[in-house]
Design a protein around this ligand. Structure first.
Ligand code: GCV
Length: 706
């Protein structure tokens, strides 16, 4: 049965309605994907109960206690067993969880070489036997690895994976897997749509909200190993001693879950406070300059780093937005990005800390085309950055649009570890009101072949370091979490948090597999419910592109708010902050000519991508209006004119959202009623607002196309 496209789901739903059973009630979504609801298949229950009735987890650390608790909780929920926690392997059906160091028994299997290859965070789960008694072994080189292995075993049980003859080896492909919170000190979240910040600064360090623990646990279950707790539009007060204490309290909660704490810093922190309230430029120091080449400034940062590491010995490092959107930076002193980054790198280096220097810069003086600016600023600096500096670039060259071509920096910095920044929060994709599953989008970027070193140079290989042999690798996701009871506002927003974590661990996973796992863990294990919801999810990103910005249109959102459509927006302090700058519609056609006859942004890509994008005939239609100004009468692959195709795409987007609503409606009684009503209400808003998108855009562009 083919349930892949949204439009096919009706058929699939109709076929299973008779077979699926009723569900439990009253789920507020708080438990995320770690629900551990009881298995219903009797055969699986029996296998599970026989295989996992006892556990031996040697050790005394907090992480070991967490592993024991998680296992107990998970197996109690999934299998209904009261797990025996033993000191020795006396029971049949024991899970042994230990490293070569903590468990001599693990050493007796002769797997030492394999285990060493797991690295710092990988794990091995294997069915084996001791004295003819079956045993399941979870082993790793570190406690973090054991924790990840424990979550992985629980996931296998929870997702109905085969449990016999287990043999799973897994290690992360990327070293730094971070959430970036854009949380402000007043509790608000920039581009956050799920309530207020999770961090209660006024209560820290004394009071630890239990939610911090649940947050860390959820991240650990995915293998996320770091979190930048504050907005890149950073407030420097977090560097004050009082706040470092508060940060210590958070770091203490995160540490046993394998999560390091990082900070966004303001480059001008060494300066005296700004006299103007709300200014992005002041600091917390008493210096008259923040020039990165000034010895006093360099010393200020060294002292600050020492102060932080004295309190938080495993502090991760700094994320920096500099010379971007009014944030101060080295260019204020005639220095370049590497001067700024290297100064901070020097301060952090003695403690093993790193700098993540963002490439989200678009100074209008660099080039009239915003899409070209970051490349022009950063490529000349390749090889100039210190070894503990990442350059962190967004997936596309503008700003988290529904669809962009890949950022040309990927592949263009062979000597500088490039960290990819994805946006989990849906700033430009319907906030927490639209159901948009982002894994297919992220896969499109990761799989994109840059041709940086000939064919077979996908972005995934750039960021996992294998293309350029990067000494360190990283990926970041701008978090969509908040104080809302269900964490993400929209229940399906959880799927994006989940997908980010899973892809950060293993970018080879497919969007389908990840959706499947998430649905089974969050909504239902009924195969047909899973297929139906998965098809809704898989079609949702393309639907969103169609009703917002089809065919390469971009940044035609409401000014500032970025939710609804505003293609007519023309007044702004700067040209590149308006919608008309991006779409350039006129009576002849529409689109931004970035080809060699226009801004020549295509030249920033490697051959043959460059030529493919440059030529109107070979440019993929999904990027057409990104790279070309195209006549309204241009014949598209479908045989329609551009204008007809645009209408068609907008209509298709709406049809898909309508279909999502119908499909969801048919799931009533098959999933938890509270979740059902919550999603149904969101889908109603989704359809209403998507329709506004179509109507506004067709009305607007129709005036040009006539
Ligand atoms: C944190 C876009 C967003 C801003 C965000 C910025 C960034 O411009 O609209 O809210 O600021 O990107 O990534 O720094």
């Amino acid at each position: 049965m083919n349930c892949k496209r949204v439009s096919h789901t009706l058929l699939c739903v109709t076929m299973f309605l008779a077979s699926a059973g009723p569900t439990a009630s009253g789920d507020d979504g708080y438990r995320l994907w770690l629900k551990y609801d009881r298995l219903t298949d009797p055969a699986r229950l029996q296998t599970g109960r026989e295989s996992f009735s006892a556990a031996v987890v040697p050790g005394h650390s907090t992480t070991v206690s967490i592993i024991r608790e998680e296992l107990k909780r998970g197996l109690d929920g999934l299998l209904g067993i009261d797990l025996l926690l033993n000191e020795t392997l006396s029971e049949t059906g024991t899970i042994l969880i230990g490293t070569l160091r903590t468990s001599p028994t693990v050493g007796s299997f002769g797997w030492d070489t394999e285990i060493k290859r797991l690295g710092r965070e990988g794990f091995l789960i294997r069915s084996s036997a001791i004295n003819n008694q079956p045993v399941t072994v979870i082993t790793a080189n570190t406690e973090a690895g054991l924790l990840y292995g424990t979550f992985a075993l629980l996931r296998l049980i929870q997702t109905d994976a085969p449990l016999e003859e287990l043999d799973v080896t897994s290690r992360p492909r990327i070293e730094y897997r971070l959430l970036n919170h854009w949380d402000n000190m007043d509790g608000s979240i920039e581009r956050g749509y799920a309530g207020q910040s999770l961090w209660q600064w006024d209560q820290l360090p004394g009071q630890i909200d239990p939610r911090y623990v649940d947050y860390a646990r959820a991240n650990a279950s995915l293998g996320i190993n770091g979190t930048v707790v504050n907005n890149v539009n950073a407030n420097p007060i977090l560097l004050q001693a009082e706040y470092i204490e508060k940060l210590r309290a958070l770091a203490d909660v995160f540490r046993p879950y394998g999560i390091k704490l990082f900070l966004s810093i303001r480059f001008s922190s060494p300066l005296r406070p700004a006299s103007q309230a709300g200014s992005r430029r002041g600091g917390i120091g008493d210096l008259a300059t923040a020039d990165p080449l000034d010895p006093a400034v360099r010393q200020w940062w060294k002292d600050k780093a020492k102060e932080i590491y004295d309190v938080i010995p495993d502090f991760g490092g700094f994320l920096v937005k500099a010379n971007s959107e009014g944030m101060p930076g080295p260019q204020d002193y005639g220095r370049h990005h590497a001067d700024g980054a290297n100064m901070l790198a020097e301060a952090l280096e003695p403690y093993g800390g790193i700098v993540m220097w963002r490439a989200f810069v678009y100074d209008a003086e660099t080039d009239p085309d915003r899409a070209k600016r970051a490349y022009k600023e950063f490529v000349p600096l390749d090889g100039v950055f210190a070894s503990n500096v990442f350059v962190q670039a967004k997936n596309g060259p503008i700003d988290f649009q529904p669809r962009e071509p890949v950022h040309p920096l990927f592949g263009a910095l062979p000597k500088t570890p490039l960290m990819m920044e994805l946006q989990i929060t849906q700033e430009y994709l319907g906030h927490s009101k639209h159901l948009v599953y982002l894994a297919p989008m992220w896969k499109e970027y990761l799989d994109f072949d840059t041709h940086a070193q000939g064919p077979g140079s996908p972005v995934a290989k750039v960021i996992d370091g294998s293309l350029h042999d990067y000494p360190m690798t990283g990926i970041a996701g701008v978090a969509n979490t908040g104080s809302d009871r269900n964490w993400c506002g929209h229940l399906f927003g959880q799927a994006n948090w989940y997908a980010f974590g899973r892809l950060a661990w293993d970018h080879q996973l497919s969007a389908e597999t990840i959706a499947d796992e998430w649905i089974r863990m969050t909504l239902s294990r009924d195969t047909q419910v899973v297929q139906t919801v998965r098809s809704m999810m898989l079609g949702s990103w393309e639907a969103c592109i169609n009703y917002m910005t089809p065919l390469g249109l971009h940044h035609i959102m409401q000014a500032g708010f970025h939710y609804g459509p505003q293609p007519s927006y023309a007044r702004a302090p700067r040209q590149d902050w308006t919608s008309v700058y991006y779409h350039r519609a006129d009576s002849n056609g529409v689109g931004f000519d970035r080809s060699s006859t226009g801004s020549n942004a295509t030249s920033q890509y490697f051959s043959p991508v460059r030529e493919r994008f440059d030529n109107l005939e070979t440019c993929p239609e999904k990027y057409l209006l990104w790279f070309h100004h195209v006549p309204w009468t241009h014949e598209m692959a479908s045989g329609r004119t551009l204008w007809e195709e645009m209408q068609h795409r907008y209509d298709l987007g709406i049809a898909d959202v309508e279909q999502m609503g119908r499909t969801w409606q048919m799931l009533e009684g098959r999933i938890d009623p509270e979740i059902f009503s919550h999603v149904r209400a969101r889908l109603e808003t989704h359809l209403k607002d998507a329709t506004a998108w179509r109507n506004t855009c067709l009305d607007y562009f129709g005036k040009f196309a006539k």
